[in-house]
Design a protein around this ligand. Structure first.
Ligand SMILES: Cc1cc2nc3c(=O)[nH]c(=O)nc-3n(C[C@H](O)[C@H](O)[C@H](O)COP(=O)(O)OP(=O)(O)OC[C@H]3O[C@@H](n4cnc5c(N)ncnc54)[C@H](O)[C@@H]3O)c2cc1C
Ligand code: FES
Ligand code: FES
Length: 493
């Protein structure tokens, strides 16, 4: 057994004596790094955000902000993290540290009052500050209409306000925080964290961390992991831990054995073949979003509506399908895309259409010891797509109902319709009756009206604290009418 260690603000620290389930947040606070705060312990407030050095999309390393309250410290064995304390530059003894440019802007623009949320905002802001392609999207300054120019959600410096969507502030008000975000400049060449982006992030290390009878394990390869899962069918598998972390913190769930799969190279590939795109189950949603860069338009509609940037920086497709939740947001989209899951166990692989994957409430055909290795999306893609998520808040909320459409409309006729639904049955479902009501019909208001009536009757929606069954049914029909309104212009032109 090797000693598990994390490099925090440039210094190595042993994880011991933390328990295998101890979160990175508690680990940091125990070490005196109390800038990292606990607000909710369930990924909703961002007070706990820290920066992790991860494989970059445009440079070898990206500084990725994650919720330290959800990630077990043991999952960061061998990794490098920066907290709000590590952003300021320590000067000569007796002199105060020099604030980081992000901290400076927050201070001078009044972005902090009680300060509880501030370290979390600072880390999310710093992650966006160091995003290599941020400045490529900055306003040239020549024209307010320049590509990537200022709008309500992007600053003239290319700063995407959605990078702060997982951070809550109860007292300052968001305007000064936005002012600070839109005022940050570009990292200088001497900036050590900007320089750090040019080297690779730490490689994943095999981990075997045991304390008080429970164990956190990470193997180096998929084959070793599958063999381990065969021997330990009781083990809990974790990827981004954005679901499991909530179980641990809020429902006090504990596992004797946790097996991490988030760094397995075999689960982190994105392959484009002639007839399908295969997305590794352990790529984070942010990685998929940035690497696909809109190539699968229906996924591009999904991502901004899926939780916050902080959550998407950890959350994976494997985890979203792994929970089997009927209100996960990716299943309706993947059903409309006619995706399959590639399941792997120690004996080999099988490919299962997602439409056959879910068997009941939080149940699937996945066997003990089997992992989702990848999600396969067939090509070509249907051109008319939409994802409508009906939730109480526009962003960062759980769906009451989610509807995804993928339609082929040629010469004004619906040649093919695929519709995925979430939140209206014990499992995510395909909307087969509505698909049949659309196919072969002229794409007219009458067809949309008739199909919307069919769609209202699909599934077996329930009354619960999020929405009534009646509301859910009404939203299904409305969603098709909205699609018709959205697409009419495109189809007729
Ligand atoms: C604040 C907050 C907001 C959220 N908002 C949304 C939202 O808007 N929409 C939404 O759909 N979800 C949302 N979620 C839920 C969660 O983020 C997603 O379900 C996410 O995709 C889980 O991925 P993960 O890698 O973090 O899963 P983990 O927590 O690591 O794992 C979840 C489950 O999946 C299993 N699992 C993980 N990977 C695999 C694999 N490759 N093969 C087999 N099983 C696997 C694990 O064993 C575990 O049971 C939210 C969560 C939080 C905390
Ligand atoms: S403490 Fe609220 S997101 Fe972590
Ligand atoms: S400054 Fe008080 S919560 Fe944000």
């Amino acid at each position: 057994m090797t000693e598990a260690r994390i490099t925090v603000n440039g210094k190595e620290a042993p994880i011991s004596p933390a328990a295998p389930h101890t979160t990175a947040l508690d680990f940091l606070r125990e070490r005196g790094l109390t800038g990292t705060k606990e607000g909710c312990a369930e990924g909703e407030c961002g007070a706990c955000s820290v920066l992790v050095a991860r494989p970059g999309v445009h440079k070898p390393t990206d500084w990725v902000a994650v919720n330290a309250c959800l990630v077990p410290a043991a999952a960061l064995d061998g990794q490098e993290i920066i907290t709000s304390e590590g952003l300021a530059t320590v000067g000569e003894p007796g002199t105060p540290p020099a604030l980081h440019p992000v901290q400076e802007e927050m201070a001078v623009r009044g972005g902090s009052q009680c300060g509880y949320c501030t370290p979390g905002f600072i880390c999310s802001m710093a992650s966006e500050y160091y995003r290599p392609d941020r400045c490529a999207h900055a306003d040239s300054g020549d024209s307010a209409d320049a590509a990537g120019s200022t709008d309500a959600e992007h600053g003239p410096n290319g700063f995407d306000l959605h990078s702060l969507s997982g951070n809550l502030c109860r007292c300052t008000g968001y305007r000064p925080i936005r002012d600070a975000a839109f005022a940050v400049g570009t990292p200088t060449d001497e900036d050590p964290l900007a320089q750090r982006r040019e080297q690779s992030p730490p490689a994943p290390v095999a981990t075997e961390y045991a304390q008080d009878g429970s164990t956190f394990l990470r193997k180096s390869t998929l084959a070793e992991t599958l063999q381990l899962l065969r021997e330990r069918p009781d083990a809990v598998v974790v990827a981004g831990s954005t679901d499991w972390g909530v179980e641990v913190n809020i429902r006090s769930r504990r596992a004797d054995c946790v097996v991490a799969i988030d760094r397995l190279p075999e689960l982190r590939e994105l392959r484009v073949e002639s007839d399908y795109i295969e997305i590794g189950a352990a790529l984070t949603l942010t990685e998929i979003e940035r690497r696909l860069d809109g190539d699968i338009p229906l996924l591009a509609e999904l991502f901004p509506q899926f939780a916050s940037r902080l959550i998407r920086n950890g959350a994976t497709l494997g985890g979203n399908l792994g929970t089997g939740s009927p209100i996960g947001d990716s299943p309706p989209v993947l059903l409309a895309l006619e995706a399959s899951v590639v399941l792997a166990d120690a004996d080999g692989e099988r490919v299962v259409p997602l439409a056959d994957y879910f068997t009941g409430y939080r149940q699937s055909v996945r066997r003990p010891g089997e992992l989702i290795r990848a999600v396969r999306i067939p090509l070509p893609l249907s051109p008319v797509v939409a994802f409508h998520k009906i939730a109480k808040r526009r962003f960062d909320d759980i769906s009451s109902v989610a509807v995804a459409f993928a339609l082929d409309i040629e010469d004004g006729i619906v040649r093919k319709a695929r519709i995925g639904l979430g939140g209206v049955a014990a499992t995510p479902i395909r909307s087969l009756a509505t698909e049949a009501a659309l196919e072969g019909k002229l794409w007219t208001a009458e067809t949309a009206d008739a199909a919307a009536r069919v769609l209202r009757g699909e599934g077996t929606p329930m009354n619960d604290h999020r929405a009534s069954a009646l509301y859910r049914s009404a939203m299904l029909g409305q969603s098709l009418l909205k699609l018709y309104a959205q697409t009419t212009e495109a189809v007729s032109s």
